[in-house]
Design a protein around this ligand. Structure first.
Ligand code: SAH
Ligand code: SF4
Length: 377
């Protein structure tokens, strides 16, 4: 393998076609490659039996199929599963698999750390380390889908497609890593790769307005917007990005997005913070804010982390807040908080090497953890 070998996980369909053309091969070879890699989970070229031997030879010298290495793999009692993945010396990211009776969702990270620095988010508190590559983003789906399929095959002797939904709600702000996220989204939707429906792929954003518009044009998928406050004064504090794109600007972007969105509503996420954003008055202002916007609300009870300066609202307060939105005709769900830390970790994980031990300790609380030795040094 040469030092500059291209990682095929970095390439969407169009880029694979370019690569294949540069090797003097016909375009249908790109489709074959894509199917082997993403449909069948092939990690080497020898297994690609219907690919001409000469092409396999060319690829062997120039290309690799390399997903992030698994540092730990933990399964909670409710079958939620989390992988901690290495993305270089200093950085680790998380991927979470959430099986439910009617769907199976993978929560994917897009950055190591995050620059937005929301008050209630542990990822933000770690600061920004770097953008993930397309290969590191789609590599999370590749690892999870084909790993889970291999497990199912071992247990039941057969395995169909497993993951039905992907949410970009792990570490990082996806729309601050637009150029790497876009090809990954395209692969998720590609029938020769994962073939997911646009309605079942969700980008969650703290409100990157120009990129919301670009996404509407380039690859409209379901959109979730992290709102967390009903007015600019509070949102400026909780989600500092609001100072750049204040609420009315953000609401206008949501309205524009709906013209090309695969769903006819925007999902608003709202972290419930005790005494900060959970009053009846704030529920009323929130209802006014979204009055002419088709939307659903997802209330997220705050998941605490060491050093956090905010607290979770009481269950009764969350119920009352939800009831007020529902009374105004807004479909409102409250995200289930599972008893263990494996679920709580979504959007919260520390990325730096120094923090990895803590991450393992947290993941281990109520979960079965399979640590890998190399990750402590
Ligand atoms: N950066 C994107 C996506 C990743 S965060 C965004 O902010 O939308 C995914 C979701 O988890 C967001 O709605 C975020 O506000 C929420 N979140 C972050 N920290 C949290 C915490 N400590 N407790 C509960 N939800 C949290
Ligand atoms: Fe970044 Fe999202 Fe966390 Fe805010 S909530 S710091 S945007 S990951």
């Amino acid at each position: 393998m040469s030092v500059s070998a291209v990682n095929l996980l970095d390439l969407d369909g169009a880029a694979l076609e370019e690569l294949v053309a540069s090797l003097g091969e016909r375009p249908f070879r790109a489709r074959q490659l894509k199917r082997w890699i993403h449909r069948h989970g092939a990690a080497d070229f020898d297994s690609m039996t219907d690919l001409a031997r000469s092409l396999r030879e060319k690829l062997r010298g120039r290309a690799v199929i390399a997903a992030p290495a698994i540092l730990s793999d933990s399964v909670a009692a409710d079958s939620t599963r989390k992988w901690l993945l290495s993305v270089g010396e200093r950085d680790a990211i998380e991927t979470v698999y959430i099986p439910e009776p009617d769907r199976a969702t993978l929560c994917v990270s897009t950055q190591a750390g995050c620059a937005v620095n929301c008050v209630f988010c542990s990822t933000g508190k770690q600061g920004f380390s770097r953008n993930l590559t397309t290969g590191e983003i789609i590599g999370q789906l590749w690892l999870a889908e084909h790993g889970l399929r291999a497990d199912a095959f071992r247990n039941a002797g057969q395995a169909d497609r497993i993951i039905s939904n992907v949410v970009l709600m792990g570490m990082g702000e996806p729309l601050q890593n637009y150029d790497a996220v876009l090809p990954a989204l395209r692969l998720m939707l590609d029938d020769d790769a994962y073939g997911l429906s646009r309605r079942r792929v969700t980008v969650s954003t703290a409100g990157m307005v120009p990129q919301i518009d670009r996404l509407a044009h380039d690859c409209p998928v379901a959109l979730a917007v992290s709102l967390h406050a009903p007015d600019d004064a509070l949102r400026d504090e909780l989600v500092p990005l609001n100072r750049k794109y204040p609420l009315q600007v953000l609401m206008a972007a949501c309205r524009r997005y709906l013209r090309s969105a695969p769903r006819d509503f925007i999902t608003f996420e709202y972290v419930m913070l005790d005494g900060v954003n959970d009053s009846d008055r704030q529920a009323r202002v929130l209802v006014e804010l979204v009055a002419d916007l088709p939307c659903k609300f997802n209330l997220i009870p705050f998941n605490p982390f060491p050093g956090a300066t905010v607290r979770r609202s009481a269950p009764e307060r969350i119920r009352e807040f939800a009831a007020r939105l529902q009374a105004a005709g807004i479909v409102t769900t409250t995200r289930r908080t599972r008893g263990d830390q494996i679920d709580a970790a979504c959007g919260q994980l520390a990325g730096a090497v120094d923090d990895r031990t803590n991450v393992a300790a947290r993941a281990g609380h109520g979960a079965r953890v399979v640590p890998v030795r190399t990750w402590t040094e």
